[in-house]
Design a protein around this ligand. Structure first.
Ligand SMILES: [Zn+2]
Length: 139
Protein backbone atom coordinates (compact mmCIF):
# COMPACT_ATOMS: atom_id res chain seq x y z
CA UNK A 1 0.00 0.00 0.00
CA UNK A 2 1.29 3.42 -0.89
CA UNK A 3 1.63 6.05 1.76
CA UNK A 4 -0.14 9.16 0.59
CA UNK A 5 0.91 12.61 1.60
CA UNK A 6 -1.53 15.48 1.27
CA UNK A 7 0.53 18.61 1.52
CA UNK A 8 -0.96 21.93 2.50
CA UNK A 9 -2.07 24.25 -0.23
CA UNK A 10 0.44 26.56 -1.79
CA UNK A 11 -0.79 29.66 -3.57
CA UNK A 12 0.90 29.25 -6.89
CA UNK A 13 3.94 27.69 -8.43
CA UNK A 14 6.21 28.95 -11.15
CA UNK A 15 7.63 26.13 -13.14
CA UNK A 16 11.39 26.12 -13.59
CA UNK A 17 13.80 23.84 -15.39
CA UNK A 18 16.25 22.82 -12.71
CA UNK A 19 16.50 19.66 -10.65
CA UNK A 20 16.09 20.38 -6.94
CA UNK A 21 17.66 18.45 -4.05
CA UNK A 22 15.30 16.12 -2.22
CA UNK A 23 14.44 17.85 1.06
CA UNK A 24 15.19 16.03 4.30
CA UNK A 25 12.19 13.94 5.36
CA UNK A 26 10.70 13.53 1.89
CA UNK A 27 10.02 9.81 1.40
CA UNK A 28 10.65 8.79 -2.25
CA UNK A 29 7.87 6.18 -1.93
CA UNK A 30 5.22 8.63 -0.75
CA UNK A 31 2.57 9.79 -3.19
CA UNK A 32 2.22 13.55 -2.87
CA UNK A 33 -0.94 15.50 -3.51
CA UNK A 34 -0.11 19.18 -3.40
CA UNK A 35 -3.06 21.53 -3.94
CA UNK A 36 -1.83 24.64 -5.71
CA UNK A 37 -3.71 27.76 -6.66
CA UNK A 38 -2.43 28.26 -10.15
CA UNK A 39 0.43 26.73 -12.09
CA UNK A 40 2.46 29.10 -14.23
CA UNK A 41 4.30 27.47 -17.09
CA UNK A 42 6.46 28.81 -19.87
CA UNK A 43 5.70 27.50 -23.35
CA UNK A 44 8.79 25.31 -23.81
CA UNK A 45 8.56 25.31 -27.63
CA UNK A 46 8.33 29.11 -27.74
CA UNK A 47 11.17 29.41 -25.24
CA UNK A 48 13.39 27.16 -27.39
CA UNK A 49 12.73 29.32 -30.48
CA UNK A 50 13.48 32.55 -28.59
CA UNK A 51 16.73 31.12 -27.19
CA UNK A 52 17.78 29.90 -30.62
CA UNK A 53 17.19 33.35 -32.09
CA UNK A 54 19.03 35.04 -29.21
CA UNK A 55 22.01 32.72 -29.59
CA UNK A 56 22.15 33.49 -33.30
CA UNK A 57 21.94 37.21 -32.51
CA UNK A 58 24.79 36.87 -29.99
CA UNK A 59 27.02 35.13 -32.52
CA UNK A 60 26.16 37.22 -35.57
CA UNK A 61 24.36 40.44 -34.63
CA UNK A 62 22.05 41.59 -37.37
CA UNK A 63 21.92 38.23 -39.13
CA UNK A 64 18.25 37.77 -38.28
CA UNK A 65 17.47 41.47 -38.58
CA UNK A 66 17.07 41.69 -34.80
CA UNK A 67 18.02 44.99 -33.15
CA UNK A 68 18.16 43.46 -29.71
CA UNK A 69 17.62 40.20 -27.88
CA UNK A 70 14.05 38.91 -27.84
CA UNK A 71 12.38 38.78 -24.43
CA UNK A 72 11.85 35.24 -23.14
CA UNK A 73 8.15 34.26 -22.90
CA UNK A 74 6.42 34.98 -19.61
CA UNK A 75 4.91 32.10 -17.63
CA UNK A 76 1.19 31.66 -18.34
CA UNK A 77 -1.42 29.98 -16.12
CA UNK A 78 -1.90 26.33 -17.01
CA UNK A 79 -5.50 25.35 -17.92
CA UNK A 80 -7.32 22.03 -17.56
CA UNK A 81 -7.50 20.57 -21.11
CA UNK A 82 -11.08 19.39 -20.46
CA UNK A 83 -12.73 22.37 -18.76
CA UNK A 84 -10.08 25.15 -19.07
CA UNK A 85 -10.15 25.78 -15.31
CA UNK A 86 -6.92 27.44 -14.17
CA UNK A 87 -7.39 27.61 -10.42
CA UNK A 88 -7.33 25.17 -7.54
CA UNK A 89 -5.25 22.60 -9.36
CA UNK A 90 -3.57 19.72 -7.53
CA UNK A 91 -0.21 18.21 -8.46
CA UNK A 92 0.14 14.49 -7.70
CA UNK A 93 2.91 11.92 -7.85
CA UNK A 94 5.99 10.41 -6.21
CA UNK A 95 9.34 12.23 -5.94
CA UNK A 96 11.14 11.44 -9.19
CA UNK A 97 8.03 10.34 -11.11
CA UNK A 98 6.24 12.47 -13.72
CA UNK A 99 3.50 14.73 -12.38
CA UNK A 100 -0.24 14.21 -12.75
CA UNK A 101 -2.48 17.26 -12.55
CA UNK A 102 -5.98 17.18 -11.07
CA UNK A 103 -8.54 19.94 -11.48
CA UNK A 104 -11.39 20.58 -8.99
CA UNK A 105 -13.86 18.82 -11.35
CA UNK A 106 -11.84 15.64 -10.97
CA UNK A 107 -10.24 15.76 -14.41
CA UNK A 108 -6.76 14.25 -14.39
CA UNK A 109 -4.07 14.56 -17.00
CA UNK A 110 -0.33 14.04 -17.16
CA UNK A 111 1.88 17.12 -17.15
CA UNK A 112 3.93 17.14 -20.36
CA UNK A 113 3.64 13.40 -21.19
CA UNK A 114 6.21 13.85 -23.97
CA UNK A 115 8.79 15.07 -21.48
CA UNK A 116 8.62 12.81 -18.41
CA UNK A 117 11.95 14.01 -16.96
CA UNK A 118 10.84 17.63 -17.18
CA UNK A 119 7.44 16.69 -15.73
CA UNK A 120 9.16 14.94 -12.81
CA UNK A 121 11.28 18.02 -12.09
CA UNK A 122 8.14 20.14 -11.89
CA UNK A 123 6.66 17.79 -9.31
CA UNK A 124 9.92 17.89 -7.34
CA UNK A 125 9.86 21.68 -7.48
CA UNK A 126 6.26 21.68 -6.22
CA UNK A 127 7.11 19.33 -3.34
CA UNK A 128 10.12 21.50 -2.41
CA UNK A 129 7.97 24.62 -2.39
CA UNK A 130 5.33 22.95 -0.22
CA UNK A 131 8.00 21.69 2.19
CA UNK A 132 9.61 25.16 2.30
CA UNK A 133 6.24 26.77 3.12
CA UNK A 134 4.57 24.10 5.25
CA UNK A 135 7.21 21.58 6.29
CA UNK A 136 6.96 17.85 5.68
CA UNK A 137 3.41 16.58 6.39
CA UNK A 138 3.26 14.34 9.43
CA UNK A 139 6.79 15.27 10.54
ZN1 LIG B 1 -11.17 20.20 -15.47
Amino acid sequence: MDPETLAQRIDAIRIVDSEPERPVGVDPAAVWRVPVGTIYVVDQAELAVVRLANNAHAESPGLLGMEDYLPEPEPEPLACPMCTNRAELTVQGRWGDPATLICPCGHQWPLAPDEPAWSARQLQHTICQSVAENGVPGA
